[in-house]
Structures are given as C-alpha cells and as structure tokens.
Design a binder for this molecule. Structure first.
Ligand SMILES: [Zn+2]
Length: 199
C-alpha cells in the first residue's frame, strides 16, 4: 500500500471507529501488509485479534472478517497490538506485530511515546493536544512503517468452520438461546450470567 492509500483508509477507519486515533492508521498499514503477504487463499480469510482494540475495527473494515460472521475472534487475555490473518481451509496464516526496538525515540519521538504510552499529560487529557499528537504519530509512523511492521508466517492451531450451536427455547423466559448440551434454561435464567437487572 502507498502512504496515500493508507491515509484514505485511515479516514474511512476514523468514521467507522467514530473517533480519530493514530492506532487506526497503524492498523491500516499492518492489515494491508499482512493481507498482501498472505496472498490468495483456498477458502475464506479469517482473523484472530490479540486484543479488542482499534485493530479489530480495521480488520472488520478492510477484510470483512467480523464478529457477526464469526470470521474474527479475539484473545483479549493476550493484550498485544497484533493479529493474524489466515486461510480457513488449512490454517496457513501471517501474524502482524510491531517491532518496538526499531522505533527511535530521537527520530520519531511522538510515535515512540505513543507505543510506550508516555505521551504528555496534556495529550492524555484529550482535546486539541491529543488530536495534534495523533496526527504527528501518524506522520512519523508513515516514515518508518516498513521498518517496524513485523510479518511472520504461522500455522493456526485451530481452524475451519466453527461449530454452530443448536437453538432451544428457554422454559422460563421463553426466549430462544444457543445451547451446548441439555440445559433447559438460558444462562440468565439459570443465574450463571446476569449482566442486567430490571429497572
Ligand atoms: Zn431464560
């Protein structure tokens, strides 16, 4: 991808994400490079995100792997700014990450601070300072992106079409739910997962 193409996608990504964040531009370049390296696939491209971050929005926007079609899954417990795109047919994949060791604090200071989360208090507070810093991070990133994006050929351990759970009707709330065995009630009525209460 050219820098112009990255910036075009960046604008689309900001709209989708509903706010400007430099990580989006970085994600665009990572997904573009990763998809290119993966090349043609036998089945569908699937994705694994190593955190639920702005990277996931880029994956959804650029590859069509979404949470809804279940071509995207995320491992929040990893918490890394990285992801893998792979062929669902055979699990052949490419993992993309950032080599922090190649980001110079002297030559690209704002990008360096961005990744180490040490941008100034004024930037962290938001507003104009944050926007300005964000654009500077993008500018510095575009200068050295080819040096810091790491692409690694990998083999996915678990691939293929995910199992589709059958649906049943809960005997208490009468809503349909996906069940994995013999339970007669949904997790909420069983008391296993209550994320809301009647107001
Ligand atoms: Zn229920």
């Amino acid at each position: 991808m050219t820098n112009e193409e990255i910036l075009e996608w960046y604008e689309k990504a900001c709209a989708f994400h509903t706010k400007r964040a430099p990580g989006l531009a970085i994600g665009v370049a990572m997904v573009g490079a990763c998809r290119e390296r993966l090349g043609s696939v036998k089945d569908k491209v699937n994705a694994v995100g190593e955190s639920t971050s702005c990277l996931c929005d880029i994956i959804q926007l650029m590859t069509g792997c979404t949470l809804g079609n279940r071509y995207l899954r995320t491992y929040d417990e990893l918490g890394r700014f990285a992801f893998t795109l792979f062929d669902r047919a055979d699990g052949r994949g490419v993992r993309a990450s950032i080599d922090l060791g190649k980001i110079s604090a002297a030559e690209t200071p704002e990008l360096h601070k961005f990744f180490l989360r040490t941008r100034s208090a004024a930037v962290k507070a938001g507003g104009e300072a944050r926007l300005k810093s964000g654009e500077q991070v993008v500018k510095e990133f575009l200068q050295i992106r080819n040096k810091i994006i790491v692409l690694q050929d990998v083999q996915i351990e678990k691939f293929g079409k995910g199992e589709k759970l059958p649906a049943a009707v809960c005997k208490t709330c009468h809503e349909s739910f996906l069940y994995s065995g013999t339970e007669k009630e949904c997790a909420t009525c069983r008391g296993d997962l209550k994320y809301y209460r009647p107001a």
